[in-house]
Design a protein around this ligand. Structure first.
Ligand code: FES
Ligand code: MG
Length: 571
C-alpha cells in the first residue's frame, strides 16, 4: 500500500505515528483491519469515515441504520472504503438539564475522532437539533474534507380532521389543555399522534433550520435539507453523499474553504428568510467562531432590514416540512434570495453556490414559498434588541409574535429561577395581568440549568383561561425552535453572572421597541447600583468533570455558547 500523500488519500495509513518502525506500525494496523474481514483491495482504498449517531435515546435518528447502508453503498461504488464510527448522540427531549450543554461535548468528540482516526474524508450523519451544529463545529475545527447528511423531517399525522406535527402542535394543544378547552382524554390521544415517524421535528424548528443552514453553507448536497426522513429520496441523497465524500478526497475541499464570512452571511440571510429558529443564531455563531469568523448581532439586524420572509411554515405560518419539500425546498428559497447572496461561495460538490443556482426550478408552490417580489414579510423574522436590560443583545423572533405587543412598556413580574417560576406561575394569588412583562432570571448558559428552552414561559393559568394567547416574556434562556410568542430570549450578559437582568425587581417598568431594536429597564442608575451591591453572592456549587469545564468556559449567547478554549488559536 502506498503511504504517500497523494490525491487518492492515504487510507488507513493516515496519521501513523512516526516513532520507531513505521512499516511495523502499518503492518500491525493492517493486520487488525484484516481481522474485520477486509481484503487488500479494500484496505488500499481511500477511507471515508462516517460519524454515526443513532441512539436508543434519539427517536429522530431511528432510521440511521438504513441511511448508513445507503451512504456506504455510495462510498463503495465510488472506490472508497466506508468506516463508520460512533460519537455521542443528542436526542433533544431526553437530555437533562438541557441538550445545549452537551453540544460542545459532541463537537469535541466529533473533532477528536475525525482527527485521531485514519480517514481521508468524513460524512457527518446528524439531524436532531444540537447534532447538526455539533458536527459542523467539530468538522470545522478538524478541517478534514467533510460533508453532512441530515436525518430529514418527520411526516405529519392526523387527529380528527387536523394535521399534527411535532412540535408546534404539541404546544398548541397543551395551551388548549391549560386553558381547559380540551380534556385529559383528548390530550392523551394527541400525545400518541404528534410524532409518528422517524426524523426530526416536522416544522421549521431548530433541526430543520440547521439543516437548511448546512445546505446554504455548502456543507451538504443541494436539495437535501428538507427531504422527509422516510422518503426514498433521502436514501438516494445518502448514497450521493457517500459518492461525494470520495470525490472530496480526489479534489480536497475542506470546511475552512466552505464556511467563510461570505457563506455565513448567506446562512444568516436564509435564517431570516425562513423565520427560522432563534437557537440557530447561537449555533451559527458557534460554527463560524470555530473558523475565527465573528457574528455580531448587529450583523443580523443589518441583514434583517433587507431580507424578506419567504416561507409559510410552522411555527410562524401554516405548513409543515413535507410541504416545504414538495414546494421546492431550499432550491426555491435560495433562487429567490439570489440577488442578496454571495454566489462565489464554494460547496462540497466543487460547484459554487452561483453555479448551483444557474438552472431555474421547474415548479415552486407559492402557497408555501413566496417570491421575493411578494414576500410574507418584507423584513427578516429575527431581530436583536439592545439596551440597558441587554447591553450585549437579546433575540426576538418577531415573525412568531403578536405584533400588537411590539411597542410597549410594561410592569415587570419577576421569577428568580426556574424553580420559582414552576412554584408560582399558576398561583391564583399571583399579582399579574395580561399587560405585565414576565421576567425569568438565572436560566442563562452559566446557570445550573445551562440555558434550557425555558424562555417560552407559560401564560399563567388564570390569564390563559381569559383567552389571552400571548404576553411579553423576557429571559436569559432559550426557546424551542418550534415555539412562538412575544418572547425575548438570550438576554446577555445573563443574570447569574450579574447582568442587568439580575437587577430587575417586581413592579419595575421595562420598555420594549421592536422598531428601535431596544429593550430598556427604566430604573435609575443609583438604584441599580444599590441593587448591584446587594446582589446575593451566588452560593458556590461544587462542580466536577464536564459540568465544571462547561461552567468555567462557556461563553455567553452572543459568543455562541461555545467554550472559549475551543476557539482557534491565533497561530
Ligand atoms: Fe429531534 Fe425535534 S426532537 S428534532
Ligand atoms: Mg427543538
Amino acid at each position: 500500500m502506498s503511504d504517500e500523500t497523494d490525491n487518492k488519500g492515504q487510507g488507513i495509513a493516515l496519521g501513523l505515528t512516526n516513532y520507531g518502525d513505521r512499516d511495523f506500525a502499518l503492518y500491525l494496523r493492517k493486520s487488525f483491519a484484516k481481522s474485520m474481514g477486509y481484503s487488500n483491495e479494500m484496505l488500499d482504498r481511500p477511507v471515508v469515515g462516517i460519524a454515526y449517531t443513532p441512539s436508543g435515546f434519539n427517536n429522530c435518528h431511528r432510521h440511521f441504520p438504513e441511511m448508513l447502508e445507503a451512504v456506504k453503498r455510495g462510498v463503495l461504488v465510488a472506490g472508497g472504503l466506508p468506516l463508520e464510527f460512533p460519537t455521542i448522540s443528542l436526542g433533544e427531549v431526553f437530555l437533562s438539564p438541557t441538550s445545549l450543554k452537551f453540544r460542545n461535548l459532541m463537537a469535541m468528540d466529533t473533532e477528536e475522532m475525525i482527527r485521531a482516526q485514519p480517514m481521508d474524508s468524513v460524512v457527518l450523519m446528524g439531524g436532531c437539533d444540537k447534532t447538526v451544529p455539533a458536527q459542523l463545529m467539530g468538522a470545522a475545527s478538524a478541517n478534514r474534507p467533510a460533508i453532512q447528511i441530515v436525518a430529514g423531517p418527520m411526516m405529519t399525522s392526523r387527529h380528527g380532521e387536523e394535521r399534527l406535527g411535532a412540535c408546534t402542535d404539541c404546544r398548541r394543544f397543551w395551551a388548549k389543555y391549560r386553558a381547559e378547552e380540551i380534556d385529559g382524554e383528548e390530550i392523551d390521544r394527541v400525545e400518541g399522534r404528534l410524532a409518528t415517524t422517524a426524523g426530526t421535528c416536522a416544522v421549521m424548528g431548530t433541526a430543520s433550520t440547521m439543516a437548511c443552514i448546512a445546505e446554504t453553507l455548502g456543507m451538504s448536497l443541494p436539495g437535501t435539507a428538507a427531504i422527509p426522513a422516510v422518503h426514498a429520496d433521502r436514501l438516494r441523497a445518502a448514497e450521493a453523499t457517500g459518492i461525494a465524500a470520495v470525490d472530496l478526497i480526489r479534489r480536497p475541499i475542506t470546511p475552512k474553504e466552505i464556511i467563510t464570512r461570505e457563506s455565513v452571511e448567506n446562512a444568516l440571510r436564509v435564517l431570516l428568510a425562513l423565520g427560522g429558529s432563534t437557537n440557530a443564531i447561537i449555533h451559527l455563531t458557534a460554527v463560524a467562531g470555530r473558523l475565527g469568523i465573528d457574528v455580531p448581532l448587529t450583523w443580523l439586524n443589518e441583514l434583517s432590514e433587507t431580507t424578506p420572509v419567504l416561507v409559510n411554515l410552522k411555527p410562524v405560518g401554516a405548513n409543515y416540512m413535507e410541504d416545504f419539500f414538495a414546494a421546492g425546498g431550499m432550491g426555491a428559497v435560495l433562487r429567490e434570495l439570489k440577488p442578496l447572496l454571495n454566489l462565489d461561495c464554494m460547496t462540497v460538490t466543487g460547484q459554487t453556490l452561483g453555479e448551483r443556482l444557474e438552472e431555474p426550478l421547474p415548479y415552486v408552490d407559492r402557497k408555501v414559498i413566496a417570491s421575493a417580489s411578494e414576500p410574507y414579510e418584507p423584513q427578516g423574522g429575527l431581530v436583536a434588541l439592545f439596551g440597558s436590560l441587554a447591553p450585549r443583545g437579546a433575540i426576538l423572533k418577531r415573525s412568531a409574535a403578536d405584533h400588537t405587543l411590539f411597542e410597549k412598556e410594561g410592569r415587570a413580574v419577576v421569577f428568580s429561577s426556574l424553580e420559582d417560576l414552576a412554584a408560582r406561575v399558576d398561583d391564583p394569588d399571583l399579582d399579574i395581568g395580561p399587560d405585565d412583562f414576565m421576567v425569568l432570571q438565572n436560566a442563562g448558559p452559566r446557570s445550573q440549568s445551562g440555558m434550557p428552552e425555558a424562555g417560552y414561559l407559560p401564560i399563567p393559568r388564570k390569564i390563559a383561561r381569559q383567552g389571552v394567547k400571548d404576553m411579553v416574556r423576557i429571559s436569559d434562556a432559550r426557546m424551542s425552535g418550534t415555539a412562538f410568542g412575544m418572547i425575548v430570549l438570550h438576554v446577555s450578559p445573563e443574570a447569574c453572572i450579574g447582568g442587568p437582568l439580575a437587577l430587575v425587581r417586581n413592579g419595575d417598568r421595562i420598555r420594549l421597541s421592536v422598531k428601535n431594536r431596544s429593550i430598556d429597564l427604566l430604573v435609575d442608575e443609583a438604584e441599580l447600583e444599590r441593587r448591584r451591591a446587594a446582589l446575593a453572592v451566588e452560593e458556590k456549587v461544587e462542580r466536577r468533570g464536564y459540568d465544571k469545564l462547561y461552567a468555567e468556559h462557556v461563553m455567553q449567547a452572543d459568543g455562541g455558547c461555545d467554550m472559549d478554549f475551543l476557539l482557534p488559536t491565533q497561530g
